[in-house]
Design a protein around this ligand. Sequence first.
Ligand SMILES: [Zn+2]
Length: 167
Amino acid sequence: MRETLVLNASFEPLSTVSLRRAVVLVMQDKAVVEQAHPGLRIRAADVEVPVPQVIRLSRFVRVPFRQRAPWSRRGVLVRDRHRCAYCGRRATTVDHVQPKSRGGGDTWLNTVAACAEDNQRKADRTPEQAGMRLLVRPFEPTPADALLLALGVRERANLPEWLALPA
Ligand SMILES: [Zn+2]
């Protein structure tokens, strides 16, 4: 996968993101293309987009990109794409895998998105005690993920289905 360099509004290099994510940032007006692959364009229907090598954020953001992404409930939901870790349906709540009452903390590795029903069913128990299985393993977002979380970018948003990106 081709990587695109992301600059802060101040031109300071922040991170690299996948080409798909770079195009999403540009299409959501969160970034502008600073440098594009000469002659290479993504074409589909009546839309033509330059293939970005370097993009620059429209607004200056202050995020510890090179460090760990700060944990937040919203961040967990975005990381898990609003899918319940136990059943795969739409999630609106955040579950502590190891319950807080048993010492589980507000960390990326201890929290997953969960639907309200499963969160209620699991209650104050570990998945084993509740007889529930995690479909996905919680993970710590990469610096690129942290950037997208900070910008509030939803991976699929505003990216038309037909927009086929070169690998
Ligand atoms: Zn569920």
